[in-house]
Write a protein that binds this ligand. Structure first.
Ligand code: ADP
Length: 326
């Protein structure tokens, strides 16, 4: 028979995302509701290795649901890649009697959790916290909705000035390996073109379209580029200016503003549901899975499956961009 989980450790790891606090709150309060003890582990796996762990009470998570960032702080830990580092982490957990873990982070954090759960008898539950939405098996990840809405607000503002001067703007949004922020924010702001890492960028087509649009006096253009696109905003602007004489191009790189800010209603809601579900998983002995939501239902996916698969960009959406921006 599986051991009963009585003491939970919760941590946030890897890239931070808005809504992580709402998830921490849900884990702590659901754990306490079930008469468990809950411990907050600082700075992801680093705090586990250093023993930077504190007991959480209901009031420890008061007034945080609306705050961006993470009260537990986040980090990347080189030591956790080593068996010695993970052993140290395990010893720190056992000293406190922690016998279940909730890891809020991206696929890297899940990879670490999978290895840790295989090496030691501590079940791990992952909650997908990433602005990139690049984890397959869930319709939502905590932080994506906030990040994409921040991008939309910023792109709308850029469009105002682009419109005043009849300008072409290239706006770079986050997404090193994933184009979801670019795709969603680009469609929502009426971008003329959206470039994503998942798809080869057809530079000839971009030039041809811009020339054709200039020919019919459509001068205001917004191209949204994910940072992981093969060219990126700077390179793309150089190519366009070289290839189209007289074409001015302005660049705007949105950067880290997309990670911060108060989480949207949707992010708070999914973080609360997922945090609650994580504790339920530990109670029901549903171990070493991450929590996803598909068609509004909770799904529990083995941690190793989060690692192998990435979400695919919907080709029809790319077609919509082209049709609606013509
Ligand atoms: P994210 O969780 O946002 O994808 P990272 O990929 O940086 O972020 O992963 C966060 C942390 O998870 C790493 O710093 C490391 O401590 C741990 N981790 C990632 N991959 C592994 C692995 N293969 N083995 C052990 N730990 C890992």
């Amino acid at each position: 028979m599986e051991k009963k989980v009585t003491k939970i450790g919760v941590l946030t790891s890897g890239g931070d995302s808005p809504g992580m606090n709402a998830a921490i709150r849900a884990v702590v309060r659901t754990g306490l509701y079930h008469k468990m003890e809950v411990f907050g582990i600082m700075r992801g796996y680093s705090g586990m290795i250093e023993g930077d762990i504190m007991k959480m009470e209901s009031k420890s998570v008061a007034n945080i649901i609306q705050r961006g960032g993470t009260i537990l702080k986040s980090a990347r830990s080189k030591e956790f890649y080593t068996p010695e580092g993970r052993k140290q982490a395990y010893e720190n957990l056992t000293k406190l009697g922690i016998n279940g873990l909730v890891i809020i982070g991206g696929d890297g954090s899940f990879r670490g959790a999978k290895i840790f759960s295989e090496e030691f008898d501590i079940p791990c539950i992952g909650l997908p916290g990433t602005i990139d939405k690049d984890i397959a098996g869930t319709d939502f990840t905590i932080g994506f909705d906030t990040a994409v809405n921040t991008a939309v607000e910023a792109i709308d503002k850029v469009r105002d000035t682009a419109d005043a001067h009849d300008r072409l703007f290239i706006i770079e949004v986050m997404g090193r390996d994933s184009g979801f922020i670019a795709l969603h924010s680009g469609i929502a702001t009426g971008a003329e073109n959206i470039l994503v890492p998942e798809k080869k960028t057809d530079i000839e087509d971009i030039i041809k379209t811009l020339v054709e649009k200039r020919g019919r006096q459509k001068l205001v253009n917004i191209i949204v580029v994910a940072e992981g696109d093969q060219f990126g905003a700077t390179e793309l602007s150089k190519i366009i200016m070289e290839r189209i004489p007289g074409q001015e191009v302005r660049i705007c790189i949105l950067g880290h503003i997309q990670r911060g800010g108060s989480p949207t209603c949707l992010d708070r809601l999914i973080a609360s549901r997922m945090g609650y579900a994580a504790v339920e998983c530990l109670i029901e002995n549903r171990y070493n899975v991450f929590v996803g939501i598909v068609n509004n239902k909770m799904h529990y996916i083995p941690l190793d499956q989060a690692i192998k698969r990435k979400q695919k960009i919907n080709e029809e959406w790319m077609k919509i961009v082209r049709i609606l921006s013509s």
